[in-house]
Design a protein around this ligand. Structure first.
Ligand SMILES: O=C(O)CCC(=O)C(=O)O
Length: 220
């Protein structure tokens, strides 16, 4: 992977990090999985359908022999990124998530892990997500809308409006790079982010999380 074109406050953007044939292989294998409507984590820690917050279809690549190649690729990426940028205590991958957004589908503002005050009460066997990665599997021209956006200031509360234009958006050039097939986006899992509604076409992404024991890195 080459140096990021932009490293604004720890969100790293790597255009072309994942070669097109590998993206296509992930899509081919992902399309064999059974997709289901994604849920969100409720305040009590369960999972519930909240279509006003998240409307997308997902499947997990479970750790089975036929997916070992994907775990090897993902683990190598997580380790390299972590060693170079964050040095979090990471010892496992969560099963990578194949994510598909058709027209009108989206995922509103959220963070990928609970605040430490909640996490520290979770079972120690549970992974705390530390690094989140989104790999773009579709080409920019295959869909309209469906922009990935991030707020790189984790001290702010969750924005109330999932559909309002973001003042945190990057300029048009970086935003376009973020949409290219093979672009890899990586950030600490505590950053709030969203995917705006797809207006037409289909956006596919692979989401990878590197995790480890609960840690207080909210002030990171
Ligand atoms: O679709 C993406 O690129 C990101 C999805 C996401 O934020 C998530 O599944 O937590």
């Amino acid at each position: 992977m080459e140096a990021s074109v932009s490293a604004p406050r720890h969100m790293l953007i790597f255009p072309g990090a994942v070669p097109a044939p590998l993206c296509d292989k992930i899509v081919r294998e992902g399309d064999k999985l059974v997709l289901e409507k994604a849920k969100v984590v409720s305040p009590t820690g369960g999972r519930e359908d909240q279509s006003r917050k998240r409307d997308t279809h997902i499947a997990r690549f479970m750790h089975e022999p036929q997916h070992q190649w994907l775990y090897d690729e993902a683990w190598s990426i997580v380790q390299q990124l972590n060693a170079k940028n964050w040095n979090f205590e990471i010892n496992a991958l969560e099963p990578p998530q194949y994510t598909v957004y058709g027209p009108h589908q989206f995922f509103g503002w959220h963070r990928d892990n609970a605040p430490y005050s909640v996490r520290k009460h979770q079972a120690q066997t549970e992974l705390t997500r530390k690094i989140s990665i989104s790999i773009q599997l579709s080409s920019d021209h295959e869909y309209q809308g469906g922009d990935f956006e991030v707020i790189q200031d984790e001290t702010k509360g969750l924005p109330e409006d999932d559909f309002a234009p973001a003042s945190h958006a990057f300029g048009p050039e970086v935003s376009k790079q973020m949409r290219q097939k093979g672009t890899l986006l990586a950030f600490p899992a505590i950053f709030m982010h969203r995917v705006t509604p797809v207006l037409s076409g289909v956006r596919k992404a692979l989401v990878v999380w590197g995790g480890g024991p609960p840690a207080d890195f909210d002030d990171y």
